[in-house]
Design a protein around this ligand. Sequence first.
Ligand SMILES: C[S@@+](CC[C@H](N)C(=O)[O-])C[C@H]1O[C@@H](n2cnc3c(N)ncnc32)[C@H](O)[C@@H]1O
Length: 258
Amino acid sequence: MNISTLIKQSPLSLRDTLIVLEHISGFDKNYIFLHQDSLELDNERLKKFNDIVYKIKDGMPLQYAIGKWWFFGHEFFVEPPVLIPRPETEILVEKAIEIVKDCQIGFEPFVGSGIISISLLKYYPHLKIIATDINKKACELTLKNARLHKVEDRILVVCSNIADAIKIEKVDFLVANPPYIPTKSLETLDKSILKYEDTRALDGKEDGLFFYKKLKSFDIKPMIMEVGHDQEYAIKSIFGDVEIIYDYSYKPRVAIVR
Ligand SMILES: C[S@@+](CC[C@H](N)C(=O)[O-])C[C@H]1O[C@@H](n2cnc3c(N)ncnc32)[C@H](O)[C@@H]1O
């Protein structure tokens, strides 16, 4: 089938159609867009395209349907129900890169798919990180992504609940994107998030602040944390002297405790 015709008939947006086509054909999406009139898709690939489109129309996020996504310029495996990388978390990584340049070893609780730690490990070849998560699938996915990026010898992944007493000693910094949505607000989230992503990845308990209070008890500095857009004053009341970094919409996004 001619790709130009396929693009016209696709029920997905142009962007998503090109991402799926890139995934199944191996051609760059810009190349596909520019040469669509002369490109053909064979039956085998057309079937793959239709299968993925079917999943997306059924509510599966595009990222899970193609099994990968991009974060901080790198490609990562994504698998349900581990949280899909969010673009706003790139601000956390940008700040962490500035702050941890002279550090040797860091701690990332709530590691999820590993995107934060792995981005830092790729940036600083001397760095090592201890990472934890309650979700076994997240721990496995972090290791899979660490192998993809050849940093598996510099990340120690421990599957554990932050509420259990794990002793983290001698680390030079903590970086984290904890669950921070108040439980009662979870029901307002998009249906596809609730259906496919593990709500434990988002649920910050009653006031959304449960995990920040837990992090404070680690007493590691510097601490670089993603925060909810409406949590600036609550975070200041927990940590006292804390620097807040705003995103491009002037919303609080990162808290730094030095
Ligand atoms: C907001 S996600 C962050 C994932 C990843 N760091 C990112 O930025 O995409 C929070 C993570 O915390 C984990 N988590 C939730 N409750 C936890 C707990 N009690 N102890 C340890 N990890 C927990 C979830 O499994 C999830 O992977």
